[in-house]
Design a protein around this ligand. Structure first.
Ligand code: HEC
Length: 113
């Protein structure tokens, strides 16, 4: 599956929701409920040791890191299910999250006008 398709999937709330369910079932134990990392890496920061393109992320999950304890998830889920997990990870990226929090505060003086 290519980068564009995965990027588009990350804007699809249904795919993201399905991916999140998988993540919170099987991935959180090593990567944390909020993707903060643990035994596994922090999956929110811009740092991708093994490649930041959505297609490389998908491949990492499919192949796993058997020597580090992360199984090859292609043995468990089909490609479209794993693509939903990638969509969820992309939707949670710190940059995206912070954009949503960019609410302009009302100036302090405003109320006294
Ligand atoms: C048993 C623990 C464990 C589980 C469960 C696990 N991971 Fe991992 N994961 C790891 C470890 C450890 C690494 C770091 C591998 C290394 O040292 O290169 C990793 C690395 C990764 C990476 C590469 C990060 C990078 O910076 O390039 C991704 C993506 C990833 N995991 C996604 C997932 C997803 C999605 C799931 C659930 C489907 C999952 N992992 C489940 C332990 C786990």
């Amino acid at each position: 599956m290519d980068d564009v398709t995965l990027q588009e999937l990350s804007e699809d709330p249904v795919a993201v929701r399905l991916g999140e369910e998988i993540y919170q079932t099987v991935c959180f134990s090593c990567h944390g409920h909020r993707l903060e990392g643990g035994t596994g890496f922090d999956l929110r920061d811009g740092e991708w040791i093994h490649g930041s393109e959505p297609s490389s992320i998908l491949k990492r999950i499919a192949k796993g890191f058997p020597e580090k304890g992360m199984v090859a998830f292609e043995a468990v889920y089909n490609e479209s299910t794993l693509a939903n997990v990638v969509a969820f990870l992309l939707s949670e990226r710190v940059g995206f999250r912070e954009l949503q929090h960019q609410v302009f505060p009302a100036p302090a003086e405003a109320s006294s006008w």
